[in-house]
Design a binder for this molecule. Structure first.
Ligand SMILES: [Zn+2]
Length: 364
């Protein structure tokens, strides 16, 4: 194996990433060295690159990663589902390495908020093992990470967004406690919206209503099970609420999932809920997303508002399972719309920031 490998490194927010070489680390006990085969660009990578949220530097961004095992550390024999692991196997893994022993991991079931949390694509790459993000030739997986071997039928591009976008949507779905035949509103027809619509369809929801302002995305989301795709450009909040009530016997939806990351959508979404409805906020993952709402409406109409950031291991396994079970039913393979190689990562980031792409894949 080579002694060094390449990574696209961000040294300051707003600057182009630079290709650097780092020494490949020795593979310690419990660790895995992975040859990255695909990493998709998540909205939060773009937020970090643009400086809309702070990231330590230097950093290798990228956390929606798929790769093949290049070397297994001592003691690593099976994945989280007890499937045997060998060199050459394709795997995905949780966005985080968590300790399993702290207050949040052990007592509160919030492994994604571990007090000794490490997150791929979020931590500095200054120190060895360096390869802790996805925009690189290799990624070094540490023992607190849950690894999942990928079923043969799924492509890298189908699976890569699972370990952030889809797993997070599934975590939000669990919090929403949606039941069959309920009506759901999804605010945002981006990658998370497509996954949310597919879940709603798969779970047997009655109305799967989606709002966005881009017609081509609203057309595409129908293939993921949306029953009603509404272009809300130019519509007032009251008009949106009336449209949603008109589709739900005048009551409003049982549940809203906000996946556009636009704080202004929240008041409208809350008003679209039926009495007793649940609102799950997923999209606003950069600070400054303020909104104003009449708390009396939350009280009188018994609304629930819940925030979801990242996910637990079971949600990543469910994400892989959902893809494997429904890949013939929904066009997950078309979520990656553009591809760049590692050398052209900056073009890829600009494309992702432009909104023209749904997901851009970086293929080392
Ligand atoms: Zn992400």
């Amino acid at each position: 194996m080579a002694k060094t490998a390449k990574a696209a490194v961000m040294t300051a927010a707003g600057m182009d990433l630079a290709i650097k070489e780092y020494p490949l680390p020795p593979v310690d006990r419990g660790c895995i060295l992975v040859k990255v085969t695909c990493c998709t660009i998540c909205g939060s990578d773009v937020h970090s690159w643009k400086g809309r949220r702070t990231a330590p530097t230097p950093i290798i961004l990228g956390h929606e990663i798929v790769g093949r095992i290049a070397a297994l550390g001592a003691g690593v024999t099976h994945d989280s589902g007890d499937r045997p692991l060998s060199v050459g196997d394709r795997i995905t893994w949780t966005i985080m390495d968590n300790c399993g022993k702290c207050y949040f991991c052990r007592e509160k079931g919030l492994m994604m908020k571990c007090r000794r949390l490490k997150k791929y694509g979020h931590d500095s790459c200054a120190q060895p093992p360096h390869f802790v993000g996805g925009f690189a030739d290799y990624c070094y997986i540490t023992p607190g990470t849950c690894v999942i071997r990928i079923p043969d039928g799924l492509s890298d591009e189908e699976v890569a967004p699972a370990n952030c976008a889809l797993a997070t949507v599934i975590a939000g779905w669990e919090e929403a406690q949606v039941k069959p035949f309920e009506n759901v509103l999804i605010q945002g027809a981006g990658a998370l919206g497509f996954y949310a619509a597919a879940l709603a369809k798969h779970y047997g929801c009655r109305r799967v209503i989606v709002t966005d302002i881009l017609d081509h995305r609203l057309d595409f989301i129908k293939a993921f099970g949306a029953t009603d795709a509404i272009n809300v450009k130019g519509m007032s909040a009251e008009e949106v609420v009336q449209a949603v009530r008109g589709l739900t016997d005048g009551f409003g939806v049982d549940c809203v999932l906000e996946v556009a990351g636009i704080a202004d959508l929240i008041p409208t979404g809350l008003k679209c809920l039926r009495t007793g409805g649940r609102y799950v906020e997923i999209g606003n993952s950069a600070p400054g997303a303020n909104f104003t709402y009449d708390a009396c409406d939350i009280v009188w109409r018994r609304l629930t508002l819940k925030g979801v950031h990242n996910y637990d291991v079971r949600h990543l396994q469910a994400a892989v399972d959902l893809l494997a079970m429904t890949r013939e039913k929904f066009p997950f393979k078309d979520i990656v719309t553009h591809r760049v190689n590692l050398e052209n990562i900056n073009d890829g980031l600009r494309l992702a920031d432009s909104g023209k792409a749904i997901r851009v894949a970086v293929l080392p």
